[in-house]
Design a binder for this molecule. Structure first.
Ligand code: AMP
Length: 281
């Protein structure tokens, strides 16, 4: 596996590959890799001659400095996992490589309400950071295919919009959520849950799956009230529970008005924010 830290070095390598006209798959991550990340890597490996995985804990997408500080960092382990998967290129840039002028460039596109509700409302500036880093990484890697997780539903929708705005030929592939056997969505943050909260967290995915079943027969408002009821515990604090259109992310008030609806939630438990979602139909 080639490990690049300098932008110029990875660009030179990928330029040579591009001249041979081979497909390049790209999986951007913040490291602390688990099976969720590796599922994206495996999909990329299947479809591309070269898979590039970046590991970069992007400071501009953390609105809380404490969250950035305690974000798990396990690079040596991550690299072993990537070698095991047969990944061709790991990219571990320094902040100066991603933000050469010392700060991110302003975002030249208007994402409207896509970036201001749900995660955007609870983590002000978060998606500015995501857009800045993904835009820069796409410019460096110029992948044929980009792999992102449905786990961060709003993020992948925004990145799909970013690709449209940039007018680049990269194809976005959104990969299914990988879960623990009991249903909890895998996340680098799960390691921070204590045993009691880890048990309690199962209720989040259970609630979403129940909503998915109910959405086949009940109206949206009833499904919403039932879901709110199931998350009504003193140990949970629900940041949001939103029914949104799968593409525009606009809130949906009635199941009949959208072709595809996603139920997105973020629940805080013991100070840890857990994101999850389910495609209802
Ligand atoms: P992160 O390192 O948290 O920025 O995640 C990197 C990529 O992995 C993002 O596209 C995430 O959506 C994706 N990802 C994280 N957790 C999961 C999961 N449990 N299942 C599928 N994809 C995931």
């Amino acid at each position: 596996m080639h490990i690049f830290k300098q932008v110029a070095d990875i660009q030179q390598f990928l330029n040579e590959a591009a001249q041979k006209n081979v497909a390049i798959g790209f999986v951007p991550t913040m490291g602390a890799l688990h099976q969720g990340h590796l599922s994206l890597v495996e999909t990329s490996k299947r479809d591309n001659a070269i898979t590039v995985v970046s590991i970069f804990v992007n400071p501009t997408q953390f609105n809380d400095p404490k969250d950035l500080e305690k974000y798990p960092r396990t690079v040596p382990d991550d690299l072993k996992k990537l070698i095991n998967e047969g990944v061709e290129v790991a990219f571990l840039p320094a902040p100066e490589g991603i933000y050469p002028s010392g700060k991110p460039d302003p975002i030249p596109y208007d994402f409207g309400s896509m970036v201001t509700h749900m995660e955007g409302a609870h983590r002000p500036g978060h998606f500015d950071g995501v857009i800045q880093v993904v835009k820069r990484l796409l410019e460096i890697v110029q992948p044929t295919n980009l792999y992102m997780g449905q786990k961060d539903y709003q993020q992948q929708a925004i990145c799909g919009q970013l690709i449209e705005f940039m007018g680049i030929p990269t194809q976005l592939h959104t990969c299914p959520i990988i879960r623990e056997p009991d249903g909890l969505a895998m996340s680098s943050r799960n390691v921070h849950l204590n045993d009691m909260d880890r048990q309690r967290a199962i209720q989040i995915s259970k609630t979403l799956f129940q909503a998915q079943v109910e959405a086949q027969t009940l109206d949206l408002e009833t499904v919403r009230q039932n879901a709110i009821g199931r998350l009504d515990h003193p140990w949970f604090s629900v940041d949001y529970l939103e029914f949104v259109d799968a593409k525009s992310l606009e809130p949906v008030a009635d199941f009949n008005t959208s072709k595809s609806v996603v139920l997105c939630t973020t629940v805080r438990i013991g100070g840890i924010r857990l994101l999850d979602n389910v495609i209802l139909f």
